[in-house]
Design a protein around this ligand. Sequence first.
Ligand code: CDP
Ligand code: MG
Length: 140
Amino acid sequence: MAVERTLSIIKPDATKRNLTGKINAKFEDAGLRIVAQKRIQLTPAQAGVFYEVHKERPFYGELCDFMASGPVVVQVLQGEGAIAKNREVMGATNPADAAPGTVRADFAESVGENSVHGSDAAETAAKEIAYFFSGLELVG
Ligand code: CDP
Ligand code: MG
């Protein structure tokens, strides 16, 4: 399997509860390397551009407001099959469906406030990484 990079976001519900280190430990324990990371405060408009693919969904407005409700940690994870591996470590979108030991099973508060974002495919990963990072900031 090829070495990939994927965009991860530790969401405001998790930064608020001081869970950045515990979540990063799960990524690193799974063999994912954090090759770029920064803590930022999004505006609702910036969150809206990031989640544009969901703009017709009923939860879009709430999602954008939530993502701008506190700091987020945006990061690039690198490793063999990193995109799928990160989705495994994250667990299902709804924490009620997330497998034991996953980030969302252990930490998510609800289907909306579910602690982490992860890219879902190679094309979206490239686009999402470029939204937050320049090439110079990615140090493998
Ligand atoms: O994050 P993931 O790729 O697992 O799920 P998504 O279907 O791409 O949805 C993006 C985000 O929208 C989720 O992570 C939730 O924060 C939110 N969402 C929600 O608030 N209510 C839903 N019914 C589905 C998703
Ligand atoms: Mg998604």
